[in-house]
Write a protein that binds this ligand. Sequence first.
Ligand SMILES: Cc1cc2nc3c(=O)[nH]c(=O)nc-3n(C[C@H](O)[C@H](O)[C@H](O)COP(=O)(O)O)c2cc1C
Length: 219
Amino acid sequence: MEALRNYINTVRHDFAKQKLDEHDVFENPIFQFAKWFEEAVGAQVIDPNAMTLCSASKAGKPSARIVLLRNFSESGFVYYSNYNSRKGSEISEIVENPNCALLFFWPELERQIRIEGVVHKQTPEESDLYFNSRPRESKLGAWTSEQSKKILNREVLNEEFEKLSLQYPDENIPRPPHWGGYLLKPSTIEFWQGRPNRLHDRILYSIENNNWKIERLAP
Ligand SMILES: Cc1cc2nc3c(=O)[nH]c(=O)nc-3n(C[C@H](O)[C@H](O)[C@H](O)COP(=O)(O)O)c2cc1C
């Protein structure tokens, strides 16, 4: 343990690959996101669509986990999950805290993107469309798991999966009512590019009177 602790203190990485200038970025952050996402794919970042989703309870207690980005547009960023999960309950109308943050970290490019905004459920039709495109096993998985609930052991899951597999023998599996898409509508998006001497580039887009304002932040 001691050696590991010493090692942690020695991990140091000077960022030097690229720069980010406010005069070179797109006026619209969604276009800037698309450009960086494409570059992340090009750089063979593993799971470039994996992002940290941070939600919070009504009292403001935060919680974070990885989810997969499945779509994005001018309207926002889409991921899919279980409506009754911990994050689902925190975001739901009952708890009334739809404020969330998303975070991408692409170390291969020395880049981070921070997104903050409000989350809404997608329409049932939009969720159906995506659910129907999933492999059969993923569909069964969505039915099987009461995400975030405590369970006795692994067998509970396996048995439920087998039971559902017999119930739905082919691809024709309806979307569970407790599973679907969420859209995070951003109010701020920050692009972070690592630079030498810890003097990183940070370009912040924020919504002001329905327009995106671009500012630079100190690193
Ligand atoms: C690479 C990766 C991708 C994941 N993708 C999703 C996802 O798209 N949706 C989801 O609900 N959980 C996903 N998870 C699992 C979540 O991190 C988390 O364990 C789960 O959603 C329960 O979180 P909660 O109890 O805070 O609600 C993913 C985990 C990893 C590591």
